[in-house]
Write a protein that binds this ligand. Structure first.
Ligand code: AMP
Length: 216
């Protein structure tokens, strides 16, 4: 299936994406992860993206569209893909529709995760990530056994630099300003299904699967 997962920062897109890609055997294309990999590799693209990411702002469309367009043309996307965090602006949505239609792999379904503000704040400010193995913890709801140390590999847990109260506020404002119109655009085409992501993870996953089955 050709899928997109949407929702504000902290809605649990990463967690659900992992489950979806495992179940459907499709690649997970997260624009945020791609930018973070570029930053870690100190590439020119990464350095540019970083200027915006630290402020919680969106990276300009021409940079983002170029990066994701290259990725989606790779052979592993021929049998389906899961986009996460892209498109976030109307020009990105238009570019994606044009490219995927040309490639014969148009978007088929969009899962929209919704969560209330207070719960987002706890998820974001409490989030800790293991840079070595990618495991994700939360100091409030899913702490590691030893404070600051990954249960899986023993790595030192890190907080993303934009996972702060200010960072979240800015990202949510960007979501309302730029991404809400994208959601409306896809909803008009009948491609979206909302899932209440304030529920326990297993229940959210059950509802995501139900939503996807309705599209199949
Ligand atoms: P995420 O990991 O999806 O929360 O993204 C982290 C940051 O990367 C965002 O706050 C933006 O600065 C940048 N970013 C990720 N995806 C996009 C996109 N589609 N368009 C513009 N900026 C993006």
């Amino acid at each position: 299936m050709n899928l997109l997962i949407m929702g504000p920062a902290g809605a649990g897109k990463g967690t659900m994406s992992e489950k979806i890609t495992e179940k459907y055997g499709i690649p997970h294309i997260s624009s945020g992860d791609m930018f973070r990999a570029e930053i870690a590799g100190k590439t020119e693209l990464g350095l540019k993206a970083q200027e915006y990411m630290v402020k919680g702002e969106l990276v300009p469309d021409e940079i983002t569209i170029g990066m994701v367009s290259n990725r989606i043309q790779q052979p592993d996307c021929k049998n389906g893909y899961l986009l996460d965090g892209f498109p976030r602006t109307l020009p990105q949505a238009v570019a994606l529709s044009e490219l995927t239609e040309k490639l014969g792999i148009p978007l088929e379904a969009i899962v929209v995760l919704t969560v209330e503000y207070d719960s987002l704040m706890r998820r974001i400010t409490g989030r800790r990530i293991c840079p070595k193995c990618g495991a994700i913890y939360n100091i409030y709801s899913l702490p590691s056994k030893v404070d600051g140390i990954c249960d899986v590999c023993g790595g030192t847990l890190k907080q993303r630099s934009d996972d702060t109260e200010e960072g979240l506020k800015e990202r949510l404002a960007e979501f309302d300003r730029q991404t809400r119109p994208v959601l409306d655009h896809f909803a008009d085409k009948g491609l979206t299904k909302e899932v209440n992501a304030s529920q326990p993870i297993e229940k959210v996953w059950e509802d995501v699967q139900k939503a996807l089955e309705e599209f199949q």
